[in-house]
Design a protein around this ligand. Structure first.
Ligand code: RFL
Ligand code: PHB
Length: 408
């Protein structure tokens, strides 16, 4: 799909200026547009670059409902793969956790690239402005009544005045960095390893995702469709993707799987290969005057629990509902509760993602005691319905505590 930058005479004022055209910014824009609230998105990269980032694959039902409410779920409903369970592999065997039987809920496999493409298309169809390739984006006066966003585009300086700024510009964005250190508190844990990911046009090794804990390190077998696989292996933090030929990757992945899955693994040329560092991170609060942080701009989870994109979506639901109450009813109470409501869900997802990471990865400083504890925890998890249900409840997504995310 060709997504052109409409580049009209660039807008000089709007109600909500959204920084970043990732899933958080695009979904917020779409929910506001559906509610008749004017908004402009300012993105530093090109649409092709944004679409080229291979990231999340698992959507909670709250996320699917939010995309439905935004009117962008047709392709997702047609092509998304509904998964009722996941498999855990350790000690040479795989065991299944039946998410649906334990919780009545499932997850949907549908790539972040596809979510982003659907949202970009809907925004273009609605004729809403997005400024791609904006340089030197800066945020001003969000502690007053009339914030402004300044940026360079096409060789000229531009100013966009607005009522509110939504900082949806990811972990390395300008929004959180614009808040003085004295006004925010950061909680962070950096893990001593990353994930090397490979995308390949090969049939997935199993119908469901396999999370593997192995003495050589963690591995994950995921997919994008029944003909496209997404695989990951844990690697040391200082590793570079260039050191990994396809053959080396496939050998390493195979060595971490149970014999049956290893035997069935179909290999092929990689179409993408990259390393993502693993980090837990929360910025409190998530609101500073008229600046609201949403998604990775405010928090990061290690991908083990498949929560990052889903958390970005629940932030955006709270923010969209707050802005809708403000503009439609003149009521700012939802907006005032934004940070507190989001952070409750954020910390639960942080806990779960940290726990899944600690359970399944090899830590360089772990001793034999630590390994036995991991094994005992895996045995307990698979042997106890209560423990399995706790995992299933968190994996499929804790309830969203805002207004019900149903079709408007
Ligand atoms: P994004 O996607 O980073 O988008 C931010 C956008 O802001 C732009 N930007 C700026 N724009 C203007 N001015 C600036 N100064 C700017 N600085 C940055 C960027 O170019 C970009 O377009 O953040 P957002 O929208 O909050 O979305 C968050 C998700 O992308 C992220 O949480 C997930 O990908 C995390 N994640 C997963 N989440 C899940 O829910 N389920 C999963 O299965 C899952 N798997 C994953 C993942 C993340 C991974 N990596 C690579 C970290 C698997 C991996 C490997
Ligand atoms: C993915 O398909 O990219 C994926 C799936 C599950 C995770 C993380 C990533 O926990």
């Amino acid at each position: 799909m060709a997504i052109a930058n409409p580049d009209p005479a660039l807008p000089t004022s709007t109600r909500v200026a959204i920084i970043g055209a990732g899933p958080a910014g695009l979904l917020l824009g779409q929910l506001l547009t559906v509610a008749g609230i004017d908004n402009v998105i300012i993105e530093q990269r090109s649409p092709e670059y944004v679409l080229g980032r291979i990231r999340a694959g698992i959507l909670e039902s709250v996320t699917v409902d939010a995309l439905t409410r935004a009117g962008v779920s047709a392709r997702l409903r047609e092509r998304g793969l509904v998964h009722h369970g996941i498999e855990l592999s350790y000690g040479g065997a795989r065991r299944r956790i039946d998410l649906h039987a334990l919780t009545g809920r499932s997850v949907t496999v549908y790539g972040q690239t596809d979510v982003t493409r659907d949202l970009m298309q809907a925004r273009m169809d609605a004729g809403m402005p997005t400024v791609y390739e904006a340089q030197d984006v800066s945020l001003h006066d969000f502690d007053g009544d009339r914030p402004a966003v300044r940026y360079r585009h096409g060789g000229a300086d531009h100013t966009l005045l607005c009522d509110y700024i939504a900082g949806c510009d990811g972990f390395h964005g300008v929004s959180r960095a614009s808040v003085p250190d004295s006004a925010k508190r950061i909680f962070e844990r950096v893990y001593p390893f990353g994930w090397l990911g490979v995308l390949a046009d090969t049939p997935p090794v199993s119908d469901e995702l396999i999370y593997a804990s192995h003495a050589r390190g963690f591995a994950l077998c995921s997919m994008r469709s029944m003909t496209r696989s997404r695989y990951y292996v844990q690697v040391p933090s200082d590793e570079s993707a260039g050191e990994w030929s396809d053959a080396r990757f496939w050998d390493e992945l195979r060595s971490r799987l149970d014999p049956e899955a290893a035997e069935r693994l179909v290999t092929g040329p990689s179409i993408e290969k990259s390393i993502a560092p693993l980090r837990s991170f929360v910025c409190e609060p998530m609101r500073f005057g008229r600046l609201f942080l949403a998604g990775d701009a405010a928090h990061i989870v290690p991908p083990t629990g498949a929560k990052g994109l889903n958390l970005a979506v629940s932030d955006v639901l709270h923010l969209a509902d707050g802005l809708i109450c403000r503009y439609h009813e003149g009521d700012t109470r939802e907006l005032d509760a934004y940070s507190e409501k989001c952070l409750r869900r954020v910390w639960r997802a942080e806990r779960f993602s940290w726990w899944m990471t600690s359970l399944l990865h090899r830590f360089p400083d772990a001793d034999d005691f630590g390994h036995r504890i991991q094994q005992a925890e895996l045995d307990y998890l698979l042997g106890s319905e209560a423990a399995s249900r706790s995992l299933a409840e968190n994996y499929t997504g804790l309830p969203y505590e805002g207004r019900a995310p149903v079709a408007a």
